[in-house]
Design a protein around this ligand. Structure first.
Ligand code: F6R
Length: 603
């Protein structure tokens, strides 16, 4: 939540920062701002609303400078407004800062500084950082940053400039991501790699409480004791194209369409010669008597799917917990528990906290993460990487599919190692997984049906998703996807639960999306379908049964056949496309749904 960027170098910082902010807008879009070190000191423009509004302002008030910082905001403290936008400058006008995170003790700091005569302009927690740094500043910005860090509690990724130190950009982070990029013409800081990919793929990943001191030709790193530390530069393999829309109307559609490739790459990394294979192969499964999966949002839904797969194949008990609940429940786990953390960003605050809680209790942590260098990737005991490339749309699609693929392959491996599955069955299941990308392509080729069906669904106030067993698990994801981008209320229910309450919500022309890949439960879900149709509902049925009927109240999308346990990978494609086209027909801002941000780095 919130994206920050900074540049110091030989080129004009303004277009570099604005372009970078475009790549970070998924992290928040309540306001945007930029400050540069111009000819006569700081020049600053900040504006409530999307980055486009800032760009408009910059047309009337062009800035130039070779050092600058920028910010795109997801408001936590203080309403979205020009004054609460970043960058914040201290009341002496000497230090400017951009911040991603939350300063938990900002009220105490503010009171303390007010007593010393400092006056505040905004309602944000972030302004105290600029004020604190100015308060401590005594001719040395690094020193002031270290002192300010010592006084702050909470999470932060920060970029600083100081009027007395032209050509110097300083950054520090704690519990929020920050990378340092190095190119021929300068040095960058950014919340995420895509923001700098146009200029460089050579980056340093900052660890907590590490400080970067950057000039046009130099990048030095320090700890809070001001000792210089050595860091290794890493080369990012993500291509610039993967972070561009490339002619698609939305990143979400582009990312849905990329799924066959993402699945192929991710599967190959786990069953070919990729790094994921070594990690899965070396996991000492015999020591575990329980698996706990914890994550948030869609990643949690991937965990619910995985519970069915692990329990069926490995016959081991699996608990799935929302990370925001897990961290506060005093979970019953120990060194015999495998805790699986799932996170696209690897930076979700609740999932990080759950991981730390699990480690502290002695459990073994295995993460499934998309972003290399992220906190969860670095801190978990083992990490499997989804090879989804940068995911820009706020609503996850391709990373979710890649998570599922790794979870299936992990479950199969654990089942073999624990003697629950023969090697022959392993081969069969793996080849079913290897066939998934082509089946996904088959579905994507039938996008017209989904687009047409969705175009008639924009008027619904509420849509229900039902399924049984693993189909229920994927119904959860269908419902989340729809509500977050189309703003239509939706609920997912296990089919058997309908008559225990939710059926009272079914009335004439309610839409129910029913998913039926569990052949053995086909009859059961069809009787749910009959129950809702007889109460006036319209139904979209996703199933692999070629004899499924069609009526004026029942439309069927025939899914390619696959193993029941892997069918969520196919159902979810239809569910993603359905949500996408409903939202597109409503003319909504699909890649940046209201109130949301992609990387939820605050609690
Ligand atoms: C929904 C969505 C969110 C994320 C959730 C966890 O489309 O994208 O629900 O799944 O915020 O994020 P990560 O996976 O980054 O931990």
């Amino acid at each position: 939540m919130c994206g920050i960027i900074g540049y110091v170098g030989s080129e004009n910082a303004v277009p570099i920062i604005v372009e970078g902010l475009k790549k970070l807008e998924y992290r928040g879009y309540d306001s945007a701002g930029i400050a540069v070190y111009g000819q006569d000191g700081f020049d600053l423009v900040k504006q409530k609303g999307r980055l486009a509004a800032l760009e408009e302002r910059l047309k009337d008030r062009p800035l130039t400078g070779r050092l600058g910082i920028g910010h795109t905001r997801w408001a936590t403290h203080g309403e979205p407004s020009d004054i609460n936008s970043h960058p914040h400058v201290g009341s002496k006008g000497r230090i400017a800062v951009v911040h991603n995170g939350v300063i938990e003790n900002y009220k105490e700091i503010k009171e303390r500084l007010k007593r010393k005569g400092v006056s505040f302009a905004s309602q944000t927690d972030s302004e105290v950082i600029a004020q604190l740094a100015e308060y401590y500043y005594d001719g040395d910005l690094l020193d002031a940053v270290i002192k300010a860090a010592g006084a702050m509690e909470g999470s932060y990724a920060l970029g600083f400039m100081c009027l007395d130190e032209p050509g110097v950009l300083i950054a520090i982070k704690k519990d929020n991501p920050l990378i340092v990029g190095v190119s021929e013409h300068g040095r960058f800081i950014a919340s995420d790699v895509p923001a700098v990919l146009k200029h460089t793929n050579a980056v340093y990943y900052l660890n907590d409480k590490e400080i970067a001191v950057l000039t046009e030709n130099d990048a030095r790193f320090y700890n809070l004791d001001r000792e210089q530390i050595q860091k290794n530069i890493e080369i990012v393999t993500w291509s610039l194209d993967s972070a561009e829309k490339g002619g698609w109307p939305h990143f979400m559609l582009k990312e849905i369409m990329e799924q066959p490739k993402v699945l192929r790459d991710t599967i190959a990394s786990a069953i070919g010669n990729g790094e994921n294979k070594n990690i899965i192969g070396n996991l000492d499964i015999a020591r575990f008597d329980k698996i706990v999966i914890t994550a948030c949002g869609s990643a949690y839904n991937a965990g619910v799917v995985a519970k069915y797969v692990f329990e069926r194949l490995c016959r081991i008990s699996v608990e799935v917990e929302l990370a925001s609940e897990f961290r506060y429940k005093d979970a019953i786990i120990n060194e015999k528990t495998l805790v699986i953390l799932i996170s696209q960003s690897g930076e979700t605050a609740d999932t990080i906290a759950a991981m730390r809680e699990a480690k502290q209790k002695g459990a073994v942590t295995l993460s499934i993460v998309n972003v290399v260098g992220s906190a969860i990737a670095k801190e978990s005991d083992h990490c499997l990487f989804t090879l989804a490339g940068p995911e820009i749309a706020v609503a996850t699609t391709k990373a979710f599919s890649a998570q599922l693929a790794l979870l299936y392959l992990l479950a199969i491996r654990l089942a073999v190692v624990s003697g629950k599955l023969t090697q022959e069955s392993e081969r069969e299941l793996r080849s079913a997984i290897a066939a998934l990308p082509d089946k996904v392509t088959e579905i994507l080729e039938r996008v017209d049906f989904i687009q047409k069906f969705a175009s008639n669904c924009v008027g619904y106030k509420s849509i229900f998703f039902i399924g049984r067993n693993i189909d229920y698990a994927i119904a959860l994801e269908g419902s989340l996807k729809l509500k977050e981008i189309s703003y239509i209320h939706s609920e997912a229910y296990a089919g058997g639960e309908l008559k225990h309450g939710p059926i009272s919500l079914i009335e004439e022309n309610t839409l129910v999306v029913a998913i039926s890949n569990c052949q053995r439960l086909y009859g059961k879900i069809m009787s749910n379908v009959e129950q809702v149709v007889s109460r006036g509902a319209k139904v979209l049925l996703l199933c692999a049964c070629p004899n499924a009927e069609e009526t004026d109240r029942l439309s069927t999308f025939l899914l390619p056949e696959t193993h029941e346990l892997f069918s969520p990978t196919l159902s979810v494609i239809v569910l993603q496309l359905f949500s996408y086209y409903v939202a597109a027909n409503k003319g909504l801002d699909i890649d940046k749904p209201r109130n949301l941000a992609k990387s939820v780095t605050v609690e």
